[in-house]
Ligand binder design. Sequence first.
Ligand SMILES: [Zn+2]
Length: 265
Amino acid sequence: MPEPKHTVDRGVIPRYEDPIRIVPLHVPRDLVADLPHAGPTPAPQLTYRGGPLLANTKVFLVFWGSVWEHAQSGLATQIKHFFTEILTSPLIDQLGEYSTAQFKIGHGQLIGSTVVTSPKPHKSISDTAIRSMLQHNLAVDSAFPQPDANTLYFVYTPPGSAIVQGGSRSCQAFCGYDESIGWQLFYAAMPFPNCNGCLGGLQIEQALTSTSSHELCEAITDPIPGQGWYDDVHGEIGDICAWQTKTVGQWTVQLEWSNKANKCV
Ligand SMILES: [Zn+2]
């Protein structure tokens, strides 16, 4: 499909300029209660904007940095188990209400994983660097599957590195995001959650499966941010329910907004 024109009505905010696409930091409940009430906000309701959905997601995991082969290899193994199980779990089934005539949302699969050591991750990793790393490895490494309409790359960065996107920084403003390169390549960026704001009181593994489930469900229902299922006030499916968790099998995952149930489920 051709990339849509970003039409700018003069004096009006461009429609696709900056849709909400991040996992926000965890805010403790007592702080939320103290926030000034800004007046009633409309109830969440995701509406479909006509873009593609990931009907049967093919997840490829990219662990960036040699630490994933050494000190963090156990965590990498757990993340692989998580995706193997969660992609065929009730978490995916519950997204079925967002199927369209063209995209019937069903189970996905983990199609592989790799550890990328070249280029080396820097202490500060820009979104541009993530895109370059993906495009470089797609060009030179035959182990990297080429993108198709269902492929979703999950990029995990190492402890000690922060991701910088849209002028803000992981652990200071966000704990992950999903993005696309045009209409061709879908990816999620997952910073290592070694800060209170991205742990939300959970252990590292649980925090990472929670934020990963958030981005997975958003990538399925809104792979090009703002052009799938989206709410102009509240954002994507996971944003509405950020940091509310449940377990599926052994895995901690985030609740997701259900239009049908009119709540986070
Ligand atoms: Zn989100």
